[in-house]
Design a protein around this ligand. Sequence first.
Ligand code: PLP
Length: 348
Amino acid sequence: MAGYSSGEQPDAQDVIKLNTNENPYPAAPGVAEALAGFDVSSLRRYPPATALDFRNIIANTHGTVAEQIIATRGGDELLRLVITTFVEPGQPITITDPTYSLYPVLSQIHDCPNLIVPLLDDWSLPADFASKANAAQSPLTFLVNPGAPHGKLLPVSTVLEVAEELNGLLLVDEAYVDFVDPDKGYDLLPHINDYPNLILLRTLSKGYSLAGLRLGYGIAQQDLITPMLNKTRDSYNLDAITQKLGVAAIEHRDYAAETWIKVRAERKRLALELTARNFELIPSQTNFLLVTPPADLAAADLYQALKQNGILVRYFDLPRLTNKLRISIGTPDENNQLLRQLDKQLPK
Ligand SMILES: Cc1ncc(COP(=O)(O)O)c(C=O)c1O
């Protein structure tokens, strides 16, 4: 099988890294303080097995209870757990094309084929998405919203219609949800208790600037959370330091929310600047833009030219994504440097 291929993670610190959708701003100072104050002698003991403090603060933030939350080693561990808990080897897992490229890898590890449903040309879901999954007797469907790698947001009503129609589980991967404009009114949380087959994935990697920590969580009705929490989860899946820093990050959520505002503002500006340079793009509700360069520039060449000048963006050599680049939103200065380099490549 082919493993997951992650974006380049260079050691050099002076690279402008716009290739793996990290938050360009550091985590809240309160997280650094929690780390500095961490009592190393406490590592003698095993950590709290189910990360109860972290689950409690998450539950408070979302107006739910800890029994409806599972804390995981990044969102990625939740994906793996959901598969091992609710899917038998051999059963098809439904995904869209394109989607988060880890889904097929995790499916293969569990010996599951994928039912791949192509998104429409405007990256929206085909009307028969759920009926196709039902026809294949698929016990689990993965849907990224707002979507990756294109950034389009499906409205709450569309997601709920899919959940309603599906016979199996629906995991909505909300890795980028913190960057959604508040005026979109997108919030699936109030609907969790009406949909017994709905699981939401969240992560602190993007919104809380903690990709290196590896902390995420799932939200669902208790009947879905309990088997993962009490049966299939690795014993002590989260170390004590991660749990402490996770609590500190959520305590300082307001600080993180300031970074979301800055990223949204830069997303808007960069989209305008790129459009003015004849790049094609669709509105994004994430912290990245999927762009098609103007006709006389090939995405693969542009990717190389940017890389040679110390700017990393993501180029996927895949059928639906040829001649596109996925660019993470950086700081204003990083984005300006990107625009300057692009200007050098554009025909005069
Ligand atoms: C769509 C999507 N889901 C989930 C993740 C997993 O994030 P993490 O494991 O860092 O929480 C990512 C990371 O890039 C992602 O793009």
